[in-house]
Design a protein around this ligand. Structure first.
Ligand SMILES: [Ca+2]
Length: 367
């Protein structure tokens, strides 16, 4: 069944990136002409009955370690990289204060505890409000979210074919209403917007990491190295992270053991002991995305490819990052993400100030 659904203009940010950018640019430009100021409508295939099923999986990590955090001492380090995408330039020295960050991405079990405790409903479960999006027809403000689906038409595929808005997709049903997170307690939660991630962090007495903190943590002490593990290419030797092997978006070889998201902690930690700072899921940060980090910061961020859209920085790349398309499985890589748009390849982890934690661990006897 073919039905019209709403897809945000910011999806084209994803569409237009990576090694296939030139290949698809003409098609994207043609499509972009059809985009209104905020959204556009397009015909997308119904996604109810033939969704790929989510896979069960045992924990890769001792579950008692999920929820632990790592204290990172402040230091001077190389922020950015001159060798890759323009928004990573220029590489420069930066100083980060000490902080503390989660060992892993937040899991479904952790997020469920938050929801059970607070009654929180995610943005994807609520849908768009008429007040915030008056120009979007009511039938398009339905609860749902964006899901990656391997395009069926190999010769004609374009980004609009692999990112689809699926009615009923949410953190409980990551790929659509016929999918579930049953048996996936230790998988990272997905289909969360920036507000959802922030709400979880606040509930847990923490916050989202800044981009500066996240990048420093991901480097694991290897100042200036290309990857979180050094300079060895990601697909040489043992798998180092959950990325995409094969020609994106058609051929997902899954040589690293996972064709989708993986349970947290399935790959070796970086030099700080942190897990999955490369691949698996993109992670929200607290930092507004600026296409050039030297720009004065503004709360809504600035991404010329998403005019008028509030964008925060996401880091780390995901299981969809491939050599031929999105080489963003590096600490310096970054992307601007519409804060209202959840998807099947974005999650988060939380952070905290060291000073605040120290006060909690050693409360004053005068209080
Ligand atoms: Ca993979």
């Amino acid at each position: 069944m073919i039905r019209p659904l709403v897809v945000y203009v910011s999806i084209f940010r994803w569409f237009a990136q990576g090694g296939l950018r030139e290949l698809y640019s003409r098609h994207v430009t043609r499509l972009a002409k059809r985009i209104s100021a905020v959204v556009f409508s397009c015909l997308l295939a119904g996604c109810g009955s033939d969704l790929p099923s989510t896979q069960d999986g045992e924990a890769c990590l001792d579950p008692s370690r999920i929820g632990q955090s790592v204290v990172i001492a402040g230091a001077d380090f190389q922020l950015g990289d001159n060798r890759y995408y323009a928004d990573e330039r220029p590489a420069r020295r930066a100083t980060v204060a000490g902080f503390e960050i989660d060992l892993t991405e937040v899991t479904n079990r952790q997020f469920a505890a938050f929801v059970d405790s607070s009654g929180y409903k995610t943005d994807a479960e609520r849908g768009l409000s008429a007040d915030q999006y008056p120009d979007v027809p009511e039938e398009y403000r339905v609860p749902g979210s964006v899901v990656f689906l391997v395009p069926e038409n190999v010769t004609e595929a374009s980004p609009v074919d692999w990112w689809q808005f699926v009615k009923g997709a949410s953190w409980r049903h990551p790929l659509g209403p016929d999918s579930s997170i049953r048996g996936m307690d230790h998988y990272p939660v997905v289909q969360v917007t920036h507000a959802d991630a922030k709400a979880y962090a606040q509930w847990s007495g923490r916050r989202l990491p800044t981009e500066l903190e996240w990048e420093f943590a991901a480097r694991g002490g290897l100042d200036g190295a290309t990857y979180a593990w050094g300079n060895k290419p990601p697909h040489e030797g043992e798998p180092k992270a959950n990325t995409w092997q094969g020609h994106f978006p058609f051929k997902n070889l899954g040589d690293d053991g996972f064709s989708g998201a993986a349970p947290v902690g399935c790959f070796a930690p970086n030099g700080y002991g942190l897990l999955d700072m490369t691949g698996n899921l993109w992670e929200w940060t607290a930092t507004p995305y600026l296409v050039d980090r030297r720009m004065p910061s503004v709360e809504q961020g600035y991404d010329p490819s998403q005019p008028g859209v509030t964008v925060k920085t996401i880091k780390g790349g995901s299981f969809l990052c491939a050599d031929n398309y999105c080489q963003r499985y590096r600490p310096s890589a970054r992307q601007g993400q519409d804060v209202t748009l959840a998807s099947s390849h974005i999650g988060f982890r939380t952070a905290a100030n060291i000073e605040r934690l120290a006060l909690e661990v050693n409360p004053s006897t005068e209080q």
